[in-house]
Design a protein around this ligand. Sequence first.
Ligand code: DX5
Ligand code: ZN
Length: 226
Amino acid sequence: MPQNAVKIAPSILAANFARLGEQVAEAERCGADRIHVDVMDGHFVPNISMGAPVVKSLRQVTRLPLETHLMISDPDFFFDEFVEAGSDSFIVHWEGDNNLHRTIHRVKDLGKRVGLAINPATPAGVLQEVLPDLDLVLVMTVNPGFGHQHFIHSTLAKIQRVRRIIQQVRPGCELELDGGIDATTASLGVKAGANVLVAGTSIFSASEGVAAGMKHLLAATKQTRT
Ligand code: DX5
Ligand code: ZN
């Protein structure tokens, strides 16, 4: 695979939890780059999802990196628990964190990769000060809290802006999109500058199954690159 290949991060939020291990293994066989775990606390976002025990179980069934997207208040309280369970990287939100520099450095001190997520209404400019410390920027292409939402097209201009800032400040930083990603929006997002795509519904709820969902997404990103 070329070095600049677009990476796919299946979000297990859309998986059948009764068959989670099986579905994750299938996504891995079909070329997933990492598994995206959405953690929600019913406070930072109006929904609850899963916690460290799910990461611990996944650690037994996949060799892929486990990317932990923390949509929770006070993420700092939970890093140790997730690291022990097997998380490889953390994505924290810019919104609502009054001590973001400290949060980012807590993750780095634990030896884990760190990403920063920005919601659709948050401008790209907030990245400027923290970007040198980041491994990844996650542009939310829906409002966080739920799977199965529609991609917000007005985020495309911001994705382009984020790509420009990354090229200027920290070219090695990944640019990931999360929310409403299917073959069509994947292509738009990659054209705008993304190189990692989170996808839940279009993989785990694909009508023809996980393998077909992965295949369509990978095909869309390959077409966009050539
Ligand atoms: C939304 C989550 C996403 C979501 C993506 O708050 O962060 O990761 O599960 O799911 P789809 O692909 O269904 O939009
Ligand atoms: Zn997510």
